[in-house]
Structures are given as C-alpha cells and as structure tokens.
Design a protein around this ligand. Sequence first.
Ligand code: ASP
Length: 420
Amino acid sequence: MTKLALHWKILIGMALGVLFGAFLSFIPNGSEFIKNYIKPFGTIFINLLKLIAMPLILASLIKGVSDLKDISKLSQMGGRTILTYLITTLTAVTIGLILVNIIQPGKSISVETRNELVEAYSTNTEEKQAAAAKQKEAGPLNALVEMVPSNIFLATSNNRNMLQVIFFALFFGIGMILLPFKKIKPIKKFFDSFNAVILKLIDLIMLGAPYGVFALLAALVVEAPSLELFQALALYAITLLLGLVAMIILYIIVVRVLTGKKIDFFMKGIAPAQLLAFSTSSSAATLPVTMECVEENLGVDEEVASFVLPIGATINMDGTSVYQGVAAVFIAQAFGLDLNLSAQLGIVFTATLASIGTAAVPSAGIVMLVIVLAQAGIPEAGLALIFAIDRPLDMCRTIVNVTGDAAVSMIVGKSIGKLK
Ligand code: ASP
C-alpha cells in the first residue's frame, strides 16, 4: 500500500470502516466491540491532529508574518484575505437562503414528526441552548473583546481560543518586522526550525490517517440514528447538500477564472484535506493537512498559505454559513412561520457573524445556529428537528469550510504573485 497516494488510502480506510461498522452492527455485541476497541483509535487520531493545531498556528503565523519583511505587505495581504473571506461567506448564506426558499423542505415535515423530534432531542437542544446563551449574554462586541487574550499561556491551553492565539501570533510577528533583522535573528531562526519540526510531525501523524478514519467511520456507523429519521429529514439534507455542492462549483469556477488553474488540479490537490475534513468534522484538526495540500499540491507560496489558512480555518466557514441559512429557514417552515425579506436579511447578517465566531470543531455550527434562530425569532426548540442528522451534515459542511479556505489562499496568492 506504500505507493498509493494518501487520499486513496484514506478513502479505502473510510470505505472499510463503513463496511466493518455495518457488518459488526449485525453481530451480537459488535457495536460494543467497536465502541470499546475501535473508536478509541479514532479518538487518538483526532487528538493528535488537535494537538498539533495550536503549535502549528503559532509557528506558521509567526514565521509567515516575520517572513514578510515590511508592514505594507502584511496589510495588503491581510486586507485581501479578510475581504475575500467576507465575500465567500455572504455568498454562502445567500445561496443557502435561496435554495431553502425554493425547495421549502420544512413544509414537508408533518406536525406529528415535528413534535416527535422535538420531544426526542429536547435534552440535546437544551445543552446547545445553554452554550449559546453564554455567548449571547456578553453583548454585541464580545467577539472583539474575546479576540484579545489577557494571558497567552491560558489562551493556548484551549483549542477553542484559536482566534486569540492568531491575534497573539500576528502581533508578535508585527513586532518582529518592526525591529532590525540583527536583533530578531535568533528568534526568527527558532520559529523557522520550530515550524519545520511541526510540519514533520504532521507527516508522521498522517501516516496513521487511513487507520484513524477507519476507526472513526466504523464508530459513526454503529452510533448512527435510525433510518426513519433520515427519511423524514431527507429533503432538508438534500437542500443543504445542494447548497454545499453549489459552493464547491463556485470555488472551481472562481479559481479557474482568477488563477487559470484547472478543475482536476484544484480538486485533486485538495482531496486529502477534504477527506480528512469529512472524517474529523473539524477544520482545525484538518488545518495541518490543508496547509500541506495548498503548498505542495496547489502551488501556493508558504508565505501566503501560512497566513491565509490558519485565519481561514478559524473565521471562514462557508459550509457552516450555507447550513445556518438553510437550517434556520427550514425550522421556521416546519413551525409554520413565514419569514419576510427583512427577517431573511437579518439571517444573512447574523449567520455571517455566527460563522465567523464558530469554532472549527465538530458541532460548533449548531451551537451558533441557536443565536441565528434567536435573532430571527424562530423557536429554538426547533434545533431538535435537525439534531439527528447533524453529524453527517457537519462532516459535509466541514469539507466546504476547508475547500473555501484553500480556494481563497490561491486567489490571494495569485493576486500578489505568489502562486506557482
Ligand atoms: N465542524 C465545522 C468545522 O470545524 C464547524 C461546524 O460545526 O459547522 O469546520
């Protein structure tokens, strides 16, 4: 198997994982066996990826910014990055809203099914509501305040604080640029080497990827909810998947038009990261591989990739944005609420902010959805409607989150002459 490209190995691992999970769920105690003896290896794999995410952000951003040599280069790249991210996010919410208004999946849910789902998943809903309430309590500028850590060691101790670590890394990098090279030479060398070691560790972790995704998918199959639930929510899932596919097509077109790169170059180059995004449901956990794909396969200069991607993994979530638009209106439809244009524009606004604030970890999107629902006056209990199938859809939206970051890094790279 050594000659096979990584994405093929991961795909084989996924397929075998699904088959193994399906097979063992028919055998007495098979599910127990997977939970006790297979799933832990998947968890270890995700932990290894998460373990490397924080040091990677720190090392690659400090190295990336300090490589820039002058502040004007940084502000040029920063401005383009943020603007492009904002445009893709707004487009994503809008596509989601258009599709959900045309297809109207919520209208197909009967009142009985709705009540059953709300009943069955009410405890999970309460948990997510409590998490969202904490976020909301703090006021409108809280996101800004939370970006600035009061203690960098505390900030790095929690993977949810990536934005704080990004802030520190940028700040630190700026400090380095402003000093004469002679003064920063040792620390520059340190971060360059630190970065190289982290990249090596990622290579090592990825050797385990096919086995890791095997374990993750096997566990997912035995823990999946019943088929009937999937059927009741099929139209909602289809609407969302259409939106996600639309985003991928959009990236392909934009990349083709703005960078001249062909579809298969882009899609093949980013495939390993997409597969990992699918299996881990976390763009933060996938970040190391996204960076490798973007630099090595897509030809984006390290200077750009190490700046654009860590920021993108944290603030640019186009898949999550499509999801927030679709899910909010779906729930409103299921509850028989008609949302007028201004309510839908409100959703565009809050969903954009919510997707920026969403942590790059599994199920973070559904927590932020509570805020979108509350803002639009849609019953929060409606979260229970989509709970059953949120995980597989989370896996799919994470693919789009990661693909969007890669596309933007190519666009920004091209615009400043840093794309091979
Ligand atoms: N799981 C997604 C991500 O990490 C976030 C979400 O839940 O939408 O990109």
